[in-house]
Design a protein around this ligand. Sequence first.
Ligand code: SF4
Length: 144
Amino acid sequence: MSIKLIRYSPWLVHFNTGACNGCDIEVLAALTPHFDPERFGVRLAPSVRHGDILVVTGAITKKAAVRLKRLYDQMPNPKFVVAIGACACDGGVFKGAYSILRGAKEVIPVDAYVPGCPPRPEAILYGIVKLFQKIELLAKAKSK
Ligand code: SF4
């Protein structure tokens, strides 16, 4: 899919790298009709191979890092990553633990960060909408 089209129908892949489930519950809440993400064209992809945006929650353990990289590699280009919650952003409360990396950025490129422990559904949607601005800028730069 072209980068311009992703802006209008971004399909999400959600990967929990070992979260306490706080962030996951908020991601699920953000996807409900109450917050209506489909008004932005956002919906869950049926498979990682159909995903455009990888949504990462949880502390990135060294074990999960291998799977996170594999999932990212299986997504078609162009693809984007949003780190949801303090743990996925920089390790959060687990920062400095022997088995925890300092965020998803240590494994894959991250395009947007949504801090919070956990962030509210509105913040998650706001982060994804901010990512759209980046995608639009990239699409404009590519078309020149
Ligand atoms: S950021 Fe907070 S709510 Fe989210 S996974 Fe980490 S500890 Fe749980």
